[in-house]
Design a protein around this ligand. Structure first.
Ligand code: SF4
Length: 239
């Protein structure tokens, strides 16, 4: 565990040298806003999920109004983010269930919970998986956990930090005593690496900033066209 955490810190340092320290808002997002935004971000790009979130806020003003709206009208408001039926059902269900359980539309009470307990609670809602729940932990609650999306899953397995076939299993292996204070830049910059350099096919190992730290058995040292540094945030990503 000690060696593994030292490796994670070394990788984090190299990624910061390459991509910089990712922006982090001084005031973290509200956990309920965050979980709804993360539902909207599934299988679309950042621009469209942001637009869908803004549409919801503009059209309904409060989450209470979304809770009592019908699913078809929510679906209409978030159409730009795709998977409208699935996402509108997940949003409506989450708000209704939260209201039933707590009598209020707020997730502030989980701020003081341990990470594992907060993860179990959030992922108990229908349509909320480990990845979405762990994003709330990292981005809204500032816990030391590294969410695992498709990029993080692929890269940490290629490097050899974990050896798991399943994304959620990767999350639990990776987050066993994850080092303090590095989860945000590590997670965010791994996604950048995955979008730009360590792609599913033909990874650009020749220009990879962590090549010396990676144990992938079939590295690719052919020349690969990679997007301009500033383009990667606009590329579609699959959660
Ligand atoms: S060396 Fe290649 S496989 Fe390893 S992380 Fe870098 S791009 Fe990915």
């Amino acid at each position: 565990m000690k060696d593994r955490n030292a490796l994670i810190k070394k990788i984090n340092k190299k990624l910061i040298e390459r991509f910089g320290i990712p922006y982090r808002a001084e005031i973290p997002p509200d956990p309920l806003d965050m979980i709804l935004a993360t539902i909207l971000s599934q299988n679309t790009n950042d621009k469209n999920s942001y637009k869908a979130f803004q549409n919801l806020k503009t059209e309904y003003e409060t989450w209470e109004k979304v809770r009592t709206a019908n699913v078809a009208s929510i679906e209409n408001a978030i159409r730009v983010a795709g998977l409208g039926k699935q996402k509108s059902n997940a949003i409506k269900n989450l708000l209704s269930e939260l209201f039933e359980k707590r009598g209020a539309l707020s997730l502030d009470f989980i701020r003081d919970e341990k990470s594992d307990d907060a993860l179990v609670y959030l992922s108990s809602f229908k349509g909320i998986g480990i990845k979405t729940a762990s994003c709330v932990l990292l981005f809204a609650l500032e816990k030391d956990v590294c969410p695992v999306d498709t990029h993080v899953h692929r890269i940490v397995n290629r490097i050899g930090i974990v050896s798991e076939k399943d994304r959620d299993k990767t999350y639990f292996s990776l987050n066993k005593k994850f080092p303090k204070g590095v989860a945000h830049p590590f997670h965010t910059n791994l996604i950048r690496l995955g979008r730009q350099i360590c792609k599913p096919k033909n990874p650009a190992c020749k220009v990879c900033p962590i090549e010396k730290l990676c144990n992938y058995e079939v590295k690719n040292f052919e020349d690969v066209n990679i997007p301009e540094r500033n383009d990667f945030m606009l590329l579609d990503h699959v959660n």
